[in-house]
Design a protein around this ligand. Structure first.
Ligand SMILES: O=c1ccn([C@H]2C[C@H](O)[C@@H](COP(=O)(O)OP(=O)(O)OP(=O)(O)O)O2)c(=O)[nH]1
Ligand SMILES: [Mg+2]
Length: 149
């Protein structure tokens, strides 16, 4: 397994570094490094610290912060930015933009697992400017061009 350098910014994270919950897990759960419970009213967004900084270093990888399905589906707790993209050269604290998109108040407790981090491969590209593309099956069709059923 590859490793990524991590800085522990909150001592409470020392004993509970993110880990894959099962052998096949894609995500590492991130915890809310809060000092007190945080009440999120419907529509509220709060930037929640995770107590961790990572430096991926290799531009061939990035990390994404994604919602946890239970938090999102059952409690309406998703991300204010929908998806968080962590650049390979970012060295600051991982922050979770936490949005209560639901209709009821939600209390986020200190050290609760609120989102998940997924490491993904990335390809950086340069642009080759052309006047015409070669033919493709789809062409410019999109936005439902293949029909509904
Ligand atoms: O949910 C997130 C999203 C981003 N970041 C950090 C890591 C990322 O590398 C950096 C910049 O994110 P992004 O490029 O998405 O934001 P921006 O608004 O374009 O800021 P910048 O001008 O700093 O690139 O912020 C987080 O901690 N959590
Ligand atoms: Mg940016």
């Amino acid at each position: 397994m590859k490793t990524v350098n991590v800085k522990i910014l909150d001592p409470r994270m020392k004993e509970q570094l993110p880990a894959y919950a099962t052998t096949g897990s894609a995500g590492l759960d991130l915890r809310a490094c809060l000092d007190a419970p945080l009440v999120l009213k419907p529509g509220d967004t709060h930037l929640v610290p995770t107590g961790l900084a990572i430096h991926i270093a290799d531009p061939g990888y990035a990390a994404m912060i994604l919602p946890r399905s239970g938090m999102g589906h059952k409690h309406g707790i998703v991300l204010g930015n929908l998806i968080g993209l962590i650049d390979s050269d970012y060295q600051g604290q991982l922050m979770v933009s936490t949005w209560n998109r639901g209709q009821t108040e939600f209390t986020l407790n200190p050290m609760e697992r609120l989102a998940q981090l997924v490491i993904v491969p990335v390809m950086q590209v340069g642009f080759n400017v052309v006047e015409e593309f070669g033919d493709s099956d789809r062409g410019a069709g999109g936005f439902g061009s293949t029909g509904k059923h």
